[in-house]
Design a protein around this ligand. Sequence first.
Ligand SMILES: [Zn+2]
Length: 68
Amino acid sequence: MKDWGAAMDTSIGCKELGLSCDFVIVGETGENVIEALMRHVKEEHTDDWFEIEEIYQVACTVARTKAA
Ligand SMILES: [Zn+2]
């Protein structure tokens, strides 16, 4: 298990995932943020569903970088 929880609040925005959207999610851990962000992506960016796995990978990378 990754120890992402030790850091401060993490935030990820859709723009960091390459989406033209102002949505930003803030959470205590990278896992929480990614979960909420992916929920948003699935609801609001249905056109991008074919990229969902790629978006998820980018979100993980961003969260890990910020938590470091
Ligand atoms: Zn969005």
